[in-house]
Design a protein around this ligand. Structure first.
Ligand code: HEC
Length: 100
């Protein structure tokens, strides 16, 4: 019984830690689902991803990436929870920004 409770606690902690770090795979799905790129395409053309990769891009740190994702997600009225934004940040960072 005790061991069971310990396992459940450990699993809970692992999940909490995972949520904090963000899951890039989930983030990719969210970005695709909400079609974040549609608006960026209108701004910059191509598939919109140039916005993340241009030399004069706005976002220069992980906290800035968080702030920008929050801002855009609000504009788009995604209804995302902080954990969802966390996943999206993880995805964009993994794919484009590579902040430590
Ligand atoms: C209503 C249009 C619009 C939508 C929808 C939108 N964005 Fe943006 N996004 C912008 C604008 C405008 C900028 C800033 C461009 C600039 O200032 O040069 C931007 C910039 C960004 C940047 C920073 C790019 C850089 O310069 O480094 C990120 C990251 C980003 N958006 C993420 C998202 C995500 C994630 C979504 C989907 C939830 C999203 N955006 C949806 C308009 C939009």
């Amino acid at each position: 019984m005790k061991a069971m409770r310990f396992l459940m606690l450990a699993a809970g902690l692992a999940m909490a830690a995972g949520a904090q770090a963000g899951d890039p795979a989930v983030g990719e799905r969210l970005v695709t689902e909400k079609d974040c790129a549609a608006c960026h395409k209108r701004l910059i053309g191509g598939d919109g991803s140039k916005l993340y990769l241009r030399s004069d891009r706005k976002v220069k740190s992980l906290p800035q990436l968080h702030a920008q994702v929050s801002f855009c997600a609000t504009q788009l009225k995604t209804g995302w929870f902080p954990e969802d934004e966390e996943d999206v940040v993880a995805w964009l960072n993994h794919r484009y920004y590579h902040f430590k």
